[in-house]
Design a protein around this ligand. Structure first.
Ligand code: BJW
Length: 228
């Protein structure tokens, strides 16, 4: 791959073949769960026990999940490519890291961390959360939440992401429906910077027409084929 600076954006489709559900489409999490109830600060304020249950369930899934061929291909890209590769993931699983990816931003947070609403400290977390969980830093009870980004909240490290998009030569979007902003707007930012833009997905995303190059199929097939 000749491009010097690469930004890779990943979404739920990348981890689908690792057994972690996607959100939209047939069998997606939003078919069974109302996103207003489980993925907004207002939903958490109304019913924290329900929200904890949703994320405890998904934290449990992480114990069984292993990185797939697409995660490994992206880690290889980072290790073997001469220029900078920045992976920006919307996924809250830890499968990029498990595959060996190091230059990584979790823009929607991490399921394996918990955040205290009282003192703002973030802690590595593998246990279930509940209203009775005390913050290990300040000792407050009932203030812990999953360290993830809900609708209406600011995604993480946006300054660093836009900086990288503004100077990238290649932007590759993988396994995302392109329906959630600001991630859905990254292709336009990269295009503005003069980057070549590529979509790798099971089927065309919302923003498919914005990409210069597209490849459709399962991530474990098309990502290794594209990278290697
Ligand atoms: C495969 C595959 C296989 C399947 N191989 N592919 C109106 C207009 C514009 C914006 C807004 C608006 N109204 C509100 C907003 C803002 C809002 C938003 O975008 N809403 C939209 C619904 C319109 N966004 C926000 O609130 C964000 N914050 C924000 O905007 O702050 C202000 C700001 C201002 C200025 C700068 C920056 C920010 C926060 C969004 C938080 C999203 N949170 C969630 C849940 C939390 C984490 C979690 O629980 O996991 O994040 S929602 C959910 O969607 C999750 C995901 O990360 C995110 C994206 O989903 P993704 O990854 O695309 O998954 P799917 O399921 O949608 O798609 C999977 C794809 O894979 C499909 O295309 C399949 O085909 C494919 N696939 N199998 C390859 N084997």
């Amino acid at each position: 791959m000749a491009a010097a600076r690469i930004v890779v954006l990943t979404g739920a489709g990348l981890s689908a073949e690792s057994g972690l559900g996607t959100f939209r489409g047939k069998g997606g999490l939003w078919e069974e769960y109302d996103l207003e109830e489980v993925a907004t600060p207002e939903g958490f304020a109304r019913n924290p026990t329900k929200v904890h249950g949703f994320y405890n369930m998904r934290r449990g899934w992480l114990q069984q999940a292993a990185p797939n061929a697409a995660h490994f291909a992206l880690a290889r890209l980072e290790q073997e490519h001469g220029g900078e590769v920045l992976t920006v993931t919307q996924n809250i699983d830890a499968l990029h890291e498990a595959a060996g990816c190091r230059n990584l931003i979790h823009m929607h947070g991490e399921l394996a961390r918990a955040l205290c609403a009282a003192c703002g400290a973030s802690h590595p977390w593998t246990e279930d959360l509940s209203l009775g969980t005390d913050c290990p830093a300040c000792g407050e009870s009932g203030t812990m939440r999953p360290d993830v980004v809900w609708f209406g909240e600011m995604p993480r490290q946006m300054e660093r992401i836009y900086e990288a998009l503004g100077v990238c030569d290649l932007f590759v979007s993988i396994g995302t429906s392109g329906t959630v902003y600001p991630a859905a707007g990254f292709v336009a930012e990269a295009h503005r910077a003069g980057a070549h833009t590529v979509e790798l997905n099971l089927d065309p995303s919302e923003g498919a027409s914005l990409f210069a190059e597209t490849h459709y199929g399962a991530a474990t097939d098309i990502v290794p084929a594209y990278v290697d």
